[in-house]
Design a protein around this ligand. Structure first.
Ligand SMILES: Cc1cc2nc3c(=O)[nH]c(=O)nc-3n(C[C@H](O)[C@H](O)[C@H](O)COP(=O)(O)OP(=O)(O)OC[C@H]3O[C@@H](n4cnc5c(N)ncnc54)[C@H](O)[C@@H]3O)c2cc1C
Length: 549
């Protein structure tokens, strides 16, 4: 535990921010504009978070870039030009670096600095953060902007250390890139990152083995160069479009709200609607075909089967097609992938799909990989597209505690407990951006990031104006909110999938549905109401020390 009484004098801040991705950068901008002394600490050697780390081939956003961008500055959104419908990783990183320069954010970002501990000193009423190098930082408030998908997970296969080839994780990709030309490559994992990289690696590799445990639904992205007319029209009404987006469940505008159940129309009409959405590309459009695709299994079956039939029509080898056609979860209940030629890639002679559900990977060997059933694969390179310890991983890696004995890892032992995904009871003056219990990962995330940072900044502004020293979520409000999050999830099909929303990809992680799926629009209204009612469910105190339960 850091101890303020020893070592060099700690840096004094109003707000310490953990993370220098889209959330951390906007938090600097917004909080600094209120005259606060802020500083963000970022483990990486550059800003950008997700877009700094995930440099694998084919990495790009799957929300259109005219939407997946900051809205806080109209000048910024008018002047920036996205060359394609969906920005590539290098393009998004270029954008984030532009934002850092344009708003002079870099002077308040400390790179190459990992926060390892954050301890709330009850007597001094402040957070004491410690970096991996032993630097100490004292701050009245702590804002966790450490990311939901920022803790890469390499599965614990025996023998990885003995592998004589090279291995990579999609979320820790070498900056110089990787040339797979002429190599025998194994990609493990077929989630969003796998689906994006597989078509590109297949074009380079001598042979590509794809090791699939669970098939995921993927829809065509229909990426294309930016249409200048579309861009002009969008920009002409940008503020109105942003407001319209805030009034939708996924914080994405431009899709007519569905009015009918999938079961209210004849099969031919329904399939024609799905076909139109399939041709249009994008995931929101498809899930918006009918009102009940995420709440009614029978309705969802029609949308799921349409995509399965597309896979069967595309992939020539029947066995491979059946393996690729997901049957263990309703479409949309796991993160829906967007691709360019993913299913077509399996028609290439140098690509082979291996089902590691029926015959799991037993070990990595010095020359490749072995399954429990005794199959062996000779590989020159292995790519782990195995995802992240999602939503709670980054915070659990930090030793978050209070001087009176509360420990965040213990508080979250049975699954993450938060009030609104914004604060945890027992941990005063610590805010989380898009934390578990918020709709963040189920939305266009930059909208959620801005909404959270604005709410936090307004809350701190309110406290300073009114002379409050500390704010904390009440334990009852936290319990009620977690109950509400679960009730809402249980009224949908989401819990039917073993997804990272549930922690299902991490052995031993509690199975709790983590995101709030009641919709961005409903959630934002709720957060605004809570604030307008004087921060209902939060305990605000003018004294520096704890009062009451
Ligand atoms: C491959 C991929 C594609 C995605 N595509 C989309 C998309 O199309 N649309 C969408 O809405 N969202 C997408 N996302 C989600 C994406 O994470 C968010 O959109 C957004 O980038 C999150 O920003 P953030 O700042 O909250 O977190 P991050 O970008 O994850 O940044 C968090 C930062 O905190 C740092 N950090 C963590 N712990 C510490 C510590 N202890 N000390 C110091 N620094 C720390 C990390 O190094 C990281 O740089 C995608 C995610 C991935 C992985």
């Amino acid at each position: 535990m850091p101890d303020a009484s020893h070592g060099p004098v700690a840096r004094q801040l109003d707000v310490a921010i953990v993370g220098g991705g889209l959330a951390g950068l906007y938090a600097i901008h917004r909080l600094r504009s209120q005259g606060l002394r802020v500083r963000a600490y970022e483990a990486g050697s550059g800003v950008g978070g997700t877009w700094f780390w995930n440099r694998y081939p084919g990495a790009r956003c799957d929300v259109e870039s005219l939407e997946y961008s900051y809205s806080f500055s109209d000048e910024l959104q008018q002047e920036w030009q996205w060359p394609e419908r969906y920005g590539t990783q290098p393009e998004i990183l270029r954008y984030i670096n532009h934002v850092a320069d344009r708003f002079d954010l870099r002077r308040d970002v400390q790179l190459n600095t990992r926060i390892v501990a954050a301890v709330f000193d009850e007597a001094a009423n402040q957070w004491l953060l410690e970096t991996a190098d032993g630097e100490k930082i004292e701050a009245r408030y702590c804002v966790m902007a450490a990311g939901n998908l920022s803790t890469p997970r390499v599965p614990d296969f025996p023998g990885l250390g003995s592998f004589r080839g090279k291995w990579y994780h999609s979320g820790l990709w070498p900056h110089a890139g990787v040339d797979f030309t002429g190599l025998r490559v194994g990609v493990i994992g077929t989630g969003s990152s796998g689906v994006q990289m597989i078509p590109i690696i297949a074009r380079q590799a001598r042979h590509l083995h794809v090791f699939q445990r669970t098939a995921n639904f993927s829809l065509p992205a229909r990426n294309a160069p930016m249409d200048p007319v579309r861009e002009r029209n969008h920009k002409a009404e940008y503020p109105a479009r942003r407001r319209a987006a805030a009034d939708t469940p996924f914080a994405i505008a431009g899709h007519a709200k569905p009015t009918k159940s999938a079961l209210d129309v004849a099969e031919a009409e329904r399939n024609a609607a799905y076909e139109a959405k399939w041709q249009e590309g994008g995931s929101i459009s498809y899930l918006y075909a009918y009102t009940d695709l995420l709440v009614n299994k029978q309705s969802n079956d029609t949308a799921s089967e349409f995509v399965r039939n597309k896979i069967r029509a595309t992939v020539k080898d029947k066995r491979t097609a059946e393996l690729l056609a997901p049957k263990d979860h309703p479409i949309g209940t796991k993160r829906l992938c967007l691709d360019t030629d993913y299913y077509e890639t399996y028609n290439r002679p140098n690509v082979e799909l291996i089902d590691v559900r029926s015959d799991p990977i037993a070990a990595i060997t010095s020359t490749g990989l072995r399954t429990e059933g005794g199959q062996t694969f000779e590989l020159d390179a292995i790519v782990f597209a195995t995802g992240f310890d999602a939503m709670t991983g980054a915070l659990r890696e930090i030793d978050v505690r209070t001087s009176t004995g509360a420990v965040l890892r213990d508080h979250w032992e049975g699954g993450p407990l938060t009030y609104l995904g914004l604060m945890m009871s027992g941990f005063p003056n610590m805010f989380v951006v898009t934390g578990p219990g918020s709709p963040g990962v189920k939305t266009q995330m930059i909208a959620s990031i801005e909404q959270h940072v604005d709410w936090i900044a307004d809350c701190i502004g309110h406290m300073r104006r009114e002379g409050f020293e500390r704010i904390e979520a009440s334990s009852q409000a936290e319990l009620d909110w977690v109950h509400h999050v679960n009730t809402v999830a249980d009224s949908t099909l989401y819990p039917l999938a073993n997804s990272w929303y549930m922690g299902a990809n991490i052995p031993g992680k509690p199975r709790v549905f983590m995101p709030y799926v009641g919709g961005f629009d409903r959630y934002k209204r709720h957060c605004d109401t809570i604030a307008a009612r004087g921060y209902e469910g939060f305990k605000l105190s003018k004294q520096k020390t704890r009062v009451g339960p």
